[in-house]
Design a protein around this ligand. Structure first.
Ligand code: ZN
Length: 282
């Protein structure tokens, strides 16, 4: 599932391809993708820009904005206009050059969504989002306030888009590791020093991952999501890059969490399941 770094690179590369182009045709192939009605006057609108807010990509037009959430496996694909739509195309936009932008979906569940909103209505109208983690407004003070108002575990705090926008399961693991904090630590119990470490870890992890993803992907819009640079996420049994201890894995309700016991949990191995005393006591 793409998170902030992958979506940031997607935004940059999509921008390069479609800004300045006019829409000649717009078709919905699979109705599930469509969360709003298709306006009649969309044809002829020119792309003014592409932005990202949290995990949403927004294509800005003169009178509308097209907002897309890729969820688990949605993708964008550019094809020459004369080519038949792909089997997995859920919608496509034909531009006044040779290109058609396809919104492609491979998943059966948690599929991608698209909203077409009048200009001025943005993603915050769809879902209330917390600050962008790499923006100036995301200060340590802001993080202190967000943490103190939360009764969540640290990993769940990071995953909650109302706290900070754009972080998912993979980068939440990496951020906790980078900060040297247990993913199950209670968010409102972090010390001042731990909050500062967390703030630095969020920024460092996301800045570095964005640079790496940019390098791995190149100029295309099929984003490289292999993430070979990750330290603990999906690295069970491999040595922690910081201390060499084997990375551990714990499964809770809906998610897998990866961590280094030496760097993050004072050597404790966390037990599976919600009733574990380690999870409760941590
Ligand atoms: Zn370690």
């Amino acid at each position: 599932m793409p998170e902030m770094p992958e979506l940031e690179v997607l935004k940059e590369n999509l921008e390069r391809l479609i800004v300045g182009k006019s829409i000649e045709d717009f078709r919905i192939i699979k109705p599930y993708i469509q969360k709003t009605l298709l306006p009649d006057d969309l044809i002829g609108e020119r792309v003014a820009g592409v932005t990202r807010r949290g995990k949403y990509i927004e294509i800005l037009l003169a009178s509308y904005r097209i907002v897309v959430h890729l969820m688990l496996a949605g993708r964008f694909k550019i094809q020459p206009k004369e080519k038949e739509p792909l089997k997995s195309s859920a919608a496509f936009i034909e531009f006044d050059n040779d290109n058609t932008l396809h919104l492609v979906e491979d998943a059966k569940l948690k599929r991608m969504s698209m909203w077409i909103l009048p200009k001025g209505k943005g993603t915050d109208d769809i879902k209330e989002l917390g600050p962008e983690p790499l923006s100036e407004e995301f200060t340590i003070d802001r993080l202190v306030k967000l943490l103190s108002g939360s009764r969540e575990r640290l990993k769940n705090f990071l995953l909650n888009q109302r706290n900070v926008a754009g972080i998912g399961n993979a980068y939440a693991d990496e951020i906790c590791w980078q900060a040297g904090l247990s993913p199950f630590k209670q968010a409102n119990k972090l010390s001042a020093d731990e909050v500062a470490r967390l703030h630095g870890a969020i920024r460092k992890t996301l800045i570095e991952a964005t640079a790496q993803t940019r390098r791995l992907t190149g100029k295309g819009i099929e984003i490289n999501e292999t993430r070979p640079f990750m330290a603990v996420h999906r690295r069970k049994g491999e040595p922690c890059p910081r201390c060499g201890t084997r990375v551990q894995w714990v499964s809770t309700t809906a998610r897998d969490t990866f961590y280094c016991p030496r760097c993050q949990t004072e050597g404790r191995i966390l037990k599976d399941g919600r009733t574990s005393r380690f999870l409760k006591g941590n």
